[in-house]
Design a protein around this ligand. Sequence first.
Ligand code: RIB
Ligand code: CA
Length: 321
Amino acid sequence: MPRKFLIDTDTASDDAVALIMALRHPDADVLGVTVVAGNVPVEQGASNALFTVELCDARVPVYLGADRPLLREPQHAFWFHGEDGLGDVGYRPQGRPADGYAVDFLVDTLRSATGVTLVTLGPLTNIALAIASAPEIVSSVERCVVMGGAACTAGNVTPAAEFNVWADPDAARQVLHSGLPIEMVGWELCRGAATLDADNRTYVRSFGTKLAEFALDCNRTALIACRRQSGEPGLGLPDPVAMSIALDPKIATRVSAHYVDVETRSDLTRGMTVVDRFDVTHDERNRAVWGELRARPANVKVCWQIDVLAWKESLYRSLHR
Ligand code: RIB
Ligand code: CA
């Protein structure tokens, strides 16, 4: 029985590949795609999502969502993904977004469905707005796989923060404390051996399919940007890594539950995902530190390690046909 998926995305080049993985997966029933401002303005993100859905010959609605963060100014990543978010190749969809607001679609769908896998690939603005208007929808979500944050490691947009959480830290903080069953897939998991190296990219190109061509061509800007951002010779694909885990939880080989919070006040550490890796907030010894024992219950399952080969196989299967 296919599992119900909702995908919230700031659709740029890595999001697009993650969408393909879900849309082409035989066990995923994608109920809809909701778009949020992030990598690119929300209208451009919707255009990119529509193009990707059409390329997959899928019949899945794409809804326009929040065009700015809850409190902060919109921030985009044109330098990384290109002005249009898809490597400035010139992809244009035939269709238009669905009528209606993404947040209303999320609320309506989650009010009428259960056992949903919610995958978030961008800033968490839409999710925060949906939960604020209908807190009960949390119970309809079986898994919430979040591409976001950096667990006890460096960020990609500041030394402390990853883009999706940094762009709307207030939304991220609300969502992490909403009661959603969050599985956090940090930016660190798409780097190093998890990147597509030259051999991997040559292998994908050898598929000769329209999806394989698109996946590589729309990420041509991102490939250059990865090297500039973190010295990676390979192509980092954070959203597809998160989607591979949403499609197959076994790809996350080391996961543990911890208290996680988000910095929203400091400019230096805005958007930092503060992970209580050693559960020190639960320890009597820290009563002195906190004044009283303010145990912080674990609210997030943090992914620390993935099966790199399985992640890449998941990607290849989606592009091969
Ligand atoms: O930091 C990486 C994340 O920010 C990815 O989701 C990428 O698409 C951007 O949204
Ligand atoms: Ca994204």
